[in-house]
Design a binder for this molecule. Structure first.
Ligand code: PEP
Ligand code: MN
Length: 342
């Protein structure tokens, strides 16, 4: 259940309420909003009388049962939208965030060049994979720790936060040391051991929808991270597998407004892995922006024809500059055309 405290509730009333929730066998997850505190009381039992008892505690405005299987990820748990802050960047805030960079970190030269392009184009966050979950064991598996160091160096040299994928729970400490945001890829969306591990991390987690995951399953995976104590969860729609073969995956654009209705967490679209080809990255990004996503993650490469992974879907520098130019203009246009806040 979700316990909504009165605006006037004192610290003492809040801590008494948390005490009662815990003594009744629930885990209490307080969320302190600008106006009031909301406490998630999460447990595997549901005792209807508890609602009535809680509502009688002083400082409590009301208690509402949450019927959905995800609790902390649900809209009810938050006063407004969650903003995940990384340095001075706000993911889920008013600006449309662009994360960009190569699929894989390949060399110092390649990631440094990429960082320069991403920065110059006016994007916000540098991406690059150091541990690569490849379909074939014979494909390039990533530069691992060496790659993480290069990514950090590249991000620092242009003053930009970085994001990289964590594949194996044993690497969590090392990845956490070098990155600003931990990416959990589509293939690991239901790797519950990994989700619990990053749930205990201090770094925000970028959680990609799996190619066969429903929206509810994605939110349950987010719940794993949130319930372990990490509130910095960012969701990503990156295309799902359907009967359609014209694109690598089918971008489920409806997932954006559906997620926006169900959850307070930021939602990012990855048009590169959805499309599988650079040609559709701009049109799909236009769609993502128009439909209310908080940003996009796109792949770019200084020389896509030489990329060791995902070259086909990577934008080359001139295309990325044109892409950013259009996205920023479109962002302004949509902001001025829409009377409805995001
Ligand atoms: C990636 O971001 O490079 C990646 C492997 O993406 P996904 O997990 O969406 O396939
Ligand atoms: Mn990729």
């Amino acid at each position: 259940m979700i316990v909504i405290m009165k605006k006037t509730a004192t610290e003492e009333q809040i801590s008494n309420t948390i005490g009662w929730i815990e003594s009744a066998g629930y885990r209490a997850h307080p969320s302190r909003g600008v106006e009031r505190t909301i406490i998630g009381a999460v447990g595997d039992r549901r005792i209807p009388e508890h609602l009535t008892i809680i509502e009688q505690l002083s400082g409590v405005e009301r208690a509402i049962p949450i019927l959905k299987p995800y609790k902390l990820a649900g809209r009810e748990f938050s006063e407004g939208n969650t903003m995940v802050r990384v340095g001075d960047i706000e993911i889920g805030g008013p600006s449309f965030i662009v994360m960009a960079g190569p699929c894989s970190i390949e060399s110092e030269e390649q990631i440094m060049e990429s960082a320069y392009i991403v920065k110059k184009a006016g994007a916000n966050i540098l991406r690059g994979g150091a541990y690569k979950p490849r379909t074939s064991p014979y494909s390039f598996q990533g530069m691992e720790e060496e790659g993480l160091k290069l990514l950090r160096k590249a991000g620092d040299s242009v003053g930009m936060p970085v994001i990289t994928e964590l594949v194996n729970p044993v690497d969590v400490d090392i990845v956490e040391e070098y990155t600003d945001i931990i990416q959990i890829g589509a293939r690991n969306v239901q790797n519950f051991a990994l989700l619990k591990k990053v749930g205990r991390s201090r770094k925000p987690v970028f959680l990609k929808r799996g190619m066969m995951t429903t929206i509810e399953e994605l939110l349950m995976s987010a719940e794993y991270i949130l319930s372990a104590g990490n509130r910095g969860v960012i969701l990503c729609e990156r295309g799902i597998r359907t009967f359609e073969t014209a694109t690598r995956n089918t971008l489920d654009i409806s997932a954006v407004p559906v997620l926006k209705e169900l959850t307070h967490l930021p939602v990012i679209v990855d048009p590169s892995h959805a499309a599988g080809t650079w040609k559709y990255v701009l049109p799909l990004s236009r769609g993502a922006l128009a439909v209310g996503a908080d940003g996009v993650m796109v792949e770019l490469h200084p020389r896509p024809e030489q990329a060791v992974s995902d070259g086909m879907q990577s934008l080359k520098p001139e295309r990325f500059y044109a892409f950013m130019d259009e996205i920023r203009r479109l962002e302004e246009l949509i902001r001025s055309a829409s009377g409805v806040p995001k």
